[in-house]
Design a protein around this ligand. Sequence first.
Ligand code: AMP
Ligand code: GLY
Length: 428
Amino acid sequence: MNILILGSGGREHAFAWKLAQSPLCDTLFVAPGNAGTAQVATNLPISYNDFPAVAQAIRDKEINLLIVGPEEPLVKGIVDFLRKQPDLVSLGIVGPDAQGAQLEGSKDFSKQFMLRYGIPTAASQTFTVDTLQEGLNYLEKHALPIVIKADGLAAGKGVIIAETVAEAQTAMRDMLDGQKFGAAGSKVVVEQFLRGIELSVFVLTDGVNYKILPEAKDYKRIGEGDTGPNTGGMGAVSPVVFASKSFLQKVEDKVVKPTLAGLQQEGINYQGFIFVGLMKVNGEPYVIEYNARMGDPETEVVLPRIQSDFAELMQATATGELDKLTVQVSPQTAVTTMLVSGGYPGDYVTGKIISDLERLEDVMAFHAGTLEKNGHVLTNGGRVLAITAQANSLENAVRKSQEAARIVQFDGKQYRKDIGLDLIRYSD
Ligand code: AMP
Ligand code: GLY
């Protein structure tokens, strides 16, 4: 089978690395990819938002299976576009259509969906520019802190946790009146603040059957001790010590099953990943958000733990045959530490030479933002490399990942030195 992956981050390198190990995978392409994906696949210089170019590549390379990595093309309807091509009817696709991707593309849609199907989530209210005054009044009466969310895709920057009424009102005005997030902020969801501990659960569904993949914890803030601005993710750990068997059973019964039943009820044929962002509050799961894709850097710890043939799992997702497979998971702990460019998540420079990658042993360096030029691997993004280690204990996996993070060099390199330490210390 010929496979094409869309995307250019650490998630896509992890997909490519895993798929390349499968005897079912004949040729593997990544569009546009990075210097890491080039080691295991052929990169195609195509933007994943250029749908006609993607369709043409699928024809030219005789692709049988497409895996869409990032949310943007999904929300923009790449699956709907490809489904309309009469000569591509036999193409298998992992990724939901635009309607399914609304689970991530609209916070208001996903909130209403959760309410319709009794899925536990924070209490909320939605406001638009027409109800701005009502919204501002509402904020005056609400308990603090309070969470203000832009409705649409905002690259992880559309969520404000306000500690004061003034801050909350400014955030709401910026989004609704000031168009801070453009169309993504034309609706604002105001949400009760949940106090708890966060984790992510990943579901793979073929539209009817589903598999729950290993859970993970992400470290979103730039600074140690979870301080400073949010990033795309500075590291991740899987498994998560506080996700006990009984807690994960609650997630399956109270969140996963009603989510899939709801999608079917609404006539949404969802074939792909559902990333459920959860808060564990007093032992109970609450959904913070859905994403219509895998997480990054969560994929860089989830995939190394999956022992089953990943190409077979992807194919079965696209053909509705997930019920025929089981997912074998390694009991080892995986930890990834993200190396980022100086200045990230603010302004940063790219094009710095990355050295000492060849000195790494017994870890995987998944490329997140890199580019190969004149025989050098260069930095090409805010997040540069995700260094994943696996070991029999969390302590050892943390140590191996951190040691490797120290070895790789590039000008301005930054990384968090506390990935996983909270979990080593964690007690219920
Ligand atoms: P989201 O983009 O919805 O995942 O929100 C980004 C981050 O904001 C989440 O990962 C949480 O850390 C935090 N967050 C979002 N909603 C809430 C909430 N209702 N209560 C507490 N924290 C939240
Ligand atoms: N690491 C968070 C995300 O992929 O959305």
